[in-house]
Unconditional design. Sequence first.
Length: 357
Amino acid sequence: MSSHSMSTRSTDTDTTHAKKRSVDEVTKPEHQKEKKEKKDKGKAKTATEHATTELTHQQGHTRTTEEGHVIFFYRVKVDAEEAHSANDVQKLYLLLVPKTKGALNRLVVMPRKKLPHKGEKAWAFVEDASSDIVKIDHELAEYHYNTKTKGERTLQGARICGEGVYSLIAHDEPRLSKSAVKIAEAEKKAEESHEKVEAPTTGATVHHVHFAYVLELPTHIGEVQSKLDIEKEGNFIISVKNPASPTTSFGGLAPGAKAEYAKTLQDKFEGKKFIPLDPPVFLDHKGAELLFIGTGKEITEDLGKDGEKLEKVAENEEEHGVHGCELSSEQIFNDLKMPKEEQKQHPTKGLTTGEFE
């Protein structure tokens, strides 16, 4: 082999190594930077999760925008005479009867047939809204319809399975800081002082609305309530969906079935897909689409005085009744102005004993 060819190969090798070093010098700092960012994010996340158990959180400002009574119903599947488990349930309803003057009664449908747990999302919609409670009753009544393949089919009247009080509570909550350094400093202060220290915030606030309820009947949670995730108390973030937005992955109504809002309400979306349910008048529209997100938080701890007020209303009604009448299925039906013959279409075992029927 000639010395010239050996020299050429040596030069090519040196050039290749030089290029490799050059690429490494460029990519290595970027790789290290990405690695460091991931590590910092991990620290911040760990510190934030730890802080939720070690540091207290500011409740922020709350205000009740609406309050009233909520009645839970479930309907069994088509042609089923009774339900034996949640698998036999077709729909879960929330009938909202607000105390606010001029507000409409609303029938809200939860298609997933359960209330959401902490962190879970559940799509819902207003099936009907009316000042005439009897009109709402008809939506829950037994009805028959014909099909080409199976002839006449029957949907049993909806079964009542819970009654209580609810509040819509607007909540302006301080946004928590994700800075690992600030969280560590706050934790150190709490450890040294042996006192409660508030978790650090960014200085900004988050505006959202809670749907909170306290169950009055049944007095003890039964099988029906357990299977439908209706707990003694519930606390959810509730948002309203922009009817101009496309259907989401977790549910949505057909275009012709969506609510049509007046311009003053529609403008509140400002192009966003979801906004907090504020004001509550969004609920007065048939086809209003809602999003419930479970918080898993105690009402009083999360919502302060407004949460305490809701619990006190429930305690007072459990002790003294409503309108001087003891809480019962009969009293509930009377408040709904439901005729005696129609009451028979709505079995009450889920309310009295917590059992499916």
